[in-house]
Design a protein around this ligand. Structure first.
Ligand SMILES: [Zn+2]
Length: 124
């Protein structure tokens, strides 16, 4: 990366170019060089470092599979916005009630934030 390099800015989405900003420490030694979008000023990181971090859902699936002795949990599918996990709130068997929420499968009291392995995603 260098100053003036053309980029497609991930912040503003415009075709822009890099602006360089040098940071010096107290003894005026060059500490680091950071790059910014010339249009919006958003910081641009080296594109080669852009390996996407594993999503929360993937990490959770990984942990679960580790718990089960490394076996892949193929049955468990995550919705795109899977941050909600398998909360009973999102389960089609969840029976909402002002005083006591129930699970339609076990008929036991559940919390909206409970989760269970018989989770079935609500169609709503
Ligand atoms: Zn920008």
């Amino acid at each position: 990366m260098k100053s003036g390099e053309k980029i497609l800015c991930p912040h503003c989405g415009e075709k822009s170019f890099l602006k360089e900003k040098k940071c010096f420490d107290d003894s005026f030694a060059l500490k680091e060089v950071t790059f910014f979008c010339a249009l919006c000023g958003g910081e641009i990181r080296n594109s080669s470092e852009k390996s996407p971090a594993p999503s929360k859902a993937a990490a959770a699936a990984e942990r679960l599979s580790a718990l089960l002795g490394g076996e892949k949990v193929a049955r468990v599918t995550f919705a795109p916005e899977a941050d909600d996990g398998h909360f009973c709130l999102h389960c089609r068997n969840f029976i909402k009630h002002p005083f006591m929420n129930r699970c339609g499968l076990t008929l036991k009291e559940v919390e909206a934030t409970d989760s269970c392995e018989r989770f079935e995603k609500s169609e709503e």
